[in-house]
Ligand binder design. Structure first.
Ligand code: ATP
Ligand code: MG
Length: 627
């Protein structure tokens, strides 16, 4: 079966078992400011899994187009793509393990024709410290299914993923892992918040004996090993617990959430460990071989990246995204430009996208009417971006040769980026090609310039707002500092889902947009005001320091703004009462700010919220003053 047939067979199979087919959600999530893209079939269904009734009933099935920008660096291996389709089926308080596991097994073996001997599964080993038992229920169901196919399925305890590399497969077919086979929105059992549903999951893998285990991943191979010998086809989450004060209690209405990659199942169906060989990717590779005169075998990585990125960018265009410098548009631009750079390396120079994009739309137009109806529009959008990029490259390369007479500095790389839109990585690569020396601390110089520029553009937009008034007056700084205090206070009062979505400061007021699903009540606003005034009166010292970005956003937990992208290091402002304490506010920011918070109320003023309103779906807007 080819991928298109598998998609249809899957939907039919579950329709025959009482499921309603629901349409895919767009790649840009509607009404969910927490993420840029739809990355799983479950994501758009979260409200229903949390108890909201679904208009189509309690049994749902779909094929959800997904984009995982976070997998971009994994593209090039045999099984990850940024864009893929996730086949999904759901039970909303309807059937449970006894139906789901056999159905999926039947689908894989009897419908698709996979060899049961090459199917391996994992289940949850449980957490005795939290009174969550081992999921032997699922394991027993699997054991029976394998037995019916004449297979003895040995059960093996693995524990953590890391331990898998120490103990290996041990001839097992059913493996128990701990956190790897546990699902909640908050992660491990210790982190699950009260009121959250959660539960074990079971994952299905297909073994490709032709792939050699690579010890660079770990000593022994095991189902969750990253070498690509086992490929995860899908997993079923069984939401059977609710976390409460008393621990993990059984839910009366249990849900099933199954998600599995169409591309991976299609690869298994043609017995290929390489997903790029399937009917929804291979035509692109064939075209690339033709255009470049080069072979996939010798240029595997480049061709995989191009095929994946262009398929993703095409679907983004279908779903209404256009290349730009922010949010979804930025990711799209990055995918396109990266694909084009690889294409140039393969020697494909002229009218590249014009020749590839139709190959992609042809693979989908029958099953996705929107792809057919937007075909020309999509081609136009992508071809335009190719033109823009070529101009950028030409101008950038010319300028780079001029600038780099005696080595290339971070400031110059910034100039190329800022004035010509010349990608930073390209400057480095081009310098390398032309044997131009790049100054050692270029990254730091670049980031400093970048921070300064961000400040300038903020000032410029404030200026535009105020009819030409520019400059960073003391009044701006005060409101900027007040904004940081209010951001933290909003999170203290409303919760950690509050993320900055925009900010605008004038000499008269601050304006702040943030994610929050409902109106902020007058009582909550009062609390926020009280916290901000209390902190101002503590006369917090305002200082800043540079940190490696990973550390700042990771263990230090610095706040940022949604959609912001950072270099290797960031400037973080902290507002702190005394050194022994945790800072009240700790936020990534270019500045500038006042030096200490009493400056905000120096002439007998105090902080006051004057308006709270909706800004757009899921985003609230607050205006506040110092008066
Ligand atoms: P992996 O460990 O292989 O990255 P995952 O644990 O990230 O998978 P899930 O988030 O559980 O995967 O997604 C469910 C299914 O979607 C997977 O079993 C797999 O079949 C598919 N899938 C996930 N990520 C990708 C990807 N980048 N490309 C193709 N298919 C994917
Ligand atoms: Mg993954």
């Amino acid at each position: 079966m080819i991928a298109q047939e598998i998609r249809k067979a899957y939907l039919d199979f579950f329709m025959e078992r009482g499921h309603k087919v629901i349409p895919r959600a767009l790649l840009m999530p509607y009404n969910d400011p927490t993420t840029l893209f739809t990355g799983s079939g479950m994501q758009p269904l979260i409200p229903y899994l949390l108890g909201e009734p679904h208009q189509d009933g309690t049994r749902l099935v779909d094929s959800q187009t997904c984009l995982r920008a976070q997998d971009i660096d994994e593209v090039g291996d045999n099984r990850h793509t940024t864009f893929f389709e996730m086949l999904g089926n759901w039970s909303l308080g309807d059937y449970f393990k006894a139906e789901q596991i056999p159905w999926f097994f039947e689908f894989l073996t009897d419908k698709i024709g996979l060899d049961p001997e090459r199917i391996f599964v994992t289940c949850c080993s449980g957490f005795s410290a939290y009174n969550v038992p081992k999921d032997s229920e699922s394991a027993d169901i699997w054991a029976k299914l394998f037995k019916a196919k004449g297979l003895d399925a040995k059960q093996v305890e693995i524990g953590s993923e890391a331990n898998g590399y120490e103990v290996g497969e041990q001839g097992g077919r059913i493996f128990f892992y701990d956190e790897k086979n546990w699902w909640s929105r908050n992660g491990a059992p210790k982190d699950v918040k009260n009121g959250e549903p959660c539960g074990p999951d079971t994952e299905m893998f297909y073994l490709f004996p032709s792939v050699q285990h690579d010890t660079k991943w770990g000593k022994y191979c095991h189902p969750n090993c990253d070498c690509g010998r086992y490929i995860e086809l899908g997993n079923s989450v069984f939401m059977e617990y609710l976390k409460t004060d008393k621990g993990f209690e059984k839910l009366p209405a249990k849900n099933v959430d199954y998600g599995g990659g169409l591309e991976r199942i299609a690869a298994a169906a043609i017995d290929s460990p390489d997903v790029f060989k399937i009917s929804l990717l291979w035509p692109i590779i064939e075209k690339l071989q033709k255009l470049s005169g080069k072979s996939y075998d010798n240029h595997t990585n480049a061709m995989r990246v191009i095929a994946d990125h262009l398929r993703g960018a095409t679907f983004l265009a279908v779903d209404g995204v256009v290349p730009s410098n922010k949010e979804q548009g930025y990711v799209m631009r990055r995918l396109l430009r990266r694909a084009m750079r690889y294409a140039f390396e393969l020697g494909i120079e002229q009218n590249f996208l014009e020749q590839i994009v139709p190959v992609i739309t042809d693979m989908y137009h029958q099953d996705f009417p929107e792809v057919a109806s937007k075909r020309q529009e999509v081609i136009d959008i992508l071809v335009k971006e190719e033109k823009v990029f070529r101009q950028t490259l030409r101008a950038g390369v010319r300028e780079l040769s001029k600038l780099s007479q005696d080595g290339l500095t971070g400031e110059e790389i910034f100039k190329l980026y800022d004035t010509y839109g010349f990608p930073v990585e390209l400057s480095i690569e081009e310098a390398f090609k032309q044997e131009i020396e790049v100054s050692e601390n270029w990254r730091m110089a670049f980031d400093t310039k970048m921070a300064e520029q961000r400040e300038r553009s903020q000032t410029a937009s404030k200026g535009a707002f105020k009819g030409g008034l520019g400059g960073q007056t003391l009044q701006h700084k005060k409101y900027h500092t007040a904004t940081h205090l209010m951001y933290q206070a909003l999170r203290d009062v409303l919760g950690d889902h509050v993320i900055q979505r925009g900010s605008n400061i004038t000499e008269e007021r601050l304006r702040f947009d943030f994610s929050h699903p409902e109106k902020v009540t007058p009582q909550q606003l009062e609390q926020v005001e009280a916290i901000v005034n209390e902190q101002i009166n503590k006369d917090l010292q305002v200082t800043w320091a540079e940190y490696p970005t990973k550390e700042a956003t990771g263990k230090l937990g610095a706040l940022g703004q949604f959609g912001d992208r950072y270099g290797d290091t960031v400037k973080v402002y902290k507002m702190i009462a005394d050194r022994a304490q945790k800072p009240f506010s700790f936020e990534i920011c270019g500045g500038p700010h006042v030096d200490h918070t009493l400056q905000l109320i120096e002439d007998g003023k105090h902080f006051k919220i004057i308006k709270e309103e909706s800004s757009s779906a899921g985003i609230r807007r607050i205006k506040a003053v110092l008066q």
